[in-house]
Design a protein around this ligand. Structure first.
Ligand SMILES: Cc1ncc(COP(=O)(O)O)c(C=O)c1O
Length: 361
């Protein structure tokens, strides 16, 4: 398939493997459930599944994501975070030996109604996130019901942190303590709490299984540490080209809304990457873009297919390579300047540019 746009992505499988090694070093006694939902955070689920073949399991968000991956030949244990929502989905998961998270009573009803299946389940407790999960007070009852289900082959326990990126947050200790005491009282063998941030910063949360996502893709999960400081390597390289260089006069205003004016006579470059390519529309003037070894500031509003760059301080001409994020510039820096998180930028750029060819080849 040919590229339809100048902006493009490339994915560094070696960096994915390196980041998985970092997880192994940090959590040597835990099994690794690599989170590759949402098309591996925009990186391409097949590329990620290949590169992360040393993980012990893969986590997906929905039954369809897991079924598609299994049908494409991936035989590793797969876990569906949202579990199933009807009997057909439940049967389809059991048929393909895919593990399901059970996070609400209606799923236990379905398990009780469907005999003759064999499903490995993760009982998810809500220890404070208040998103998916059975309330802790109901854990014992839910567990006993699951234990009594003929179709349940095994039960593991899990929960999710609400504030793991902020080590100082008091809820972390609370969630840890509630979950670990419930794990002990139920007498189970396998439990999982830790996402990337928790597995790095909270050793007690590692337990039998860790569930890293964002760190595998080379972005920092912590508010106060960079990916470099954590020895994580960027996986997604988002590049484009300069397609024009304008000689503008002092006072000339740039782009829609004329939000930025040239402080002096100067060159302004136009890069073929905009919000249709997954570059964040809310990136503010000053957001860095790498051109010929220099970090140059974005000026004016992001358009659908282009951005404008202050070229003072760099020699550049139309056709030159531009890095929006990747090895030369962390996606974390761009995310901060766009008032968002790297997760969103990676997912969005992947979704925008996958059809350009590379990841659908
Ligand atoms: C239940 C669950 N576990 C683990 C993860 C991975 O989190 P992170 O990408 O912050 O490591 C996610 C991500 O959204 C999740 O929803």
């Amino acid at each position: 398939m040919t590229h339809t746009r100048i902006a493009h992505l490339s994915i560094d499988s070696e960096a994915l493997r390196h980041n998985l090694q970092r997880v192994k070093v940090l959590a040597p006694d835990s099994k690794i459930m690599a989170v590759i939902k949402a098309n591996a955070y925009g990186h391409g689920v097949h590329i990620a599944a290949d590169a992360l073949s040393e993980a012990d399991a893969f986590a997906l968000a929905t039954p369809n994501e897991a079924l598609t991956l299994r049908q494409s030949g991936v035989s590793k244990p797969l876990v569906v975070f949202q579990g199933f929502s009807n009997a057909d989905e439940l049967k389809a998961l059991a048929d393909l030996d895919i593990q399901a998270v059970v996070h609400q009573g209606s799923q236990i009803d379905l398990l009780e109604q469907c005999a003759g299946l064999e499903l490995d389940v993760w009982l998810k407790l809500d220890t404070g996130m208040h998103r998916l999960g059975i309330p802790v007070e109901m854990a014992e009852v839910a567990y006993q019901r699951l234990k009594g289900c003929e179709s349940v082959a095994s039960i593991r326990l899990m929960t999710h942190f609400a504030n793991a990126d902020d080590l100082a947050h008091p809820m972390n200790a609370e969630q840890l303590s509630v979950f670990t005491s419930m794990f002990e009282s139920l007498g189970l063998n396998d439990a999982s709490m830790a996402n990337s941030a928790a597995l790095i910063e909270m050793p007690e949360s590692r337990m039998q299984w860790v569930r890293p996502g964002i760190m595998l893709y080379g972005s920092s999960p912590l508010l106060d540490k960079t990916a470099d400081e954590l020895d994580l390597k960027p996986v997604m390289q988002f590049e484009s080209k300069l397609i024009a260089v304008q000689d503008l006069k002092q006072g000339d205003a740039i782009g829609y809304g004329s939000t930025w004016q040239c402080p002096e006579d100067m060159k302004v470059g136009v890069v073929a990457a905009g919000y249709a390519d997954g570059y964040p529309r809310h990136a503010e003037s000053g957001t860095p873009v790498w051109i010929n070894g220099t970090l140059c500031p974005l000026v004016g509003r992001v358009s659908m297919d282009s951005i404008c760059i202050d070229l003072r301080g760099v020699e550049a001409r139309a056709g030159d390579r531009v890095v929006l994020w990747g090895k030369e510039l962390s996606v974390d820096v761009v995310a901060e300047r766009a008032q968002t998180i790297s997760y969103e930028l990676l997912c969005h750029a992947g979704a925008c540019l996958l059809t350009s060819g590379l990841l659908l080849e």
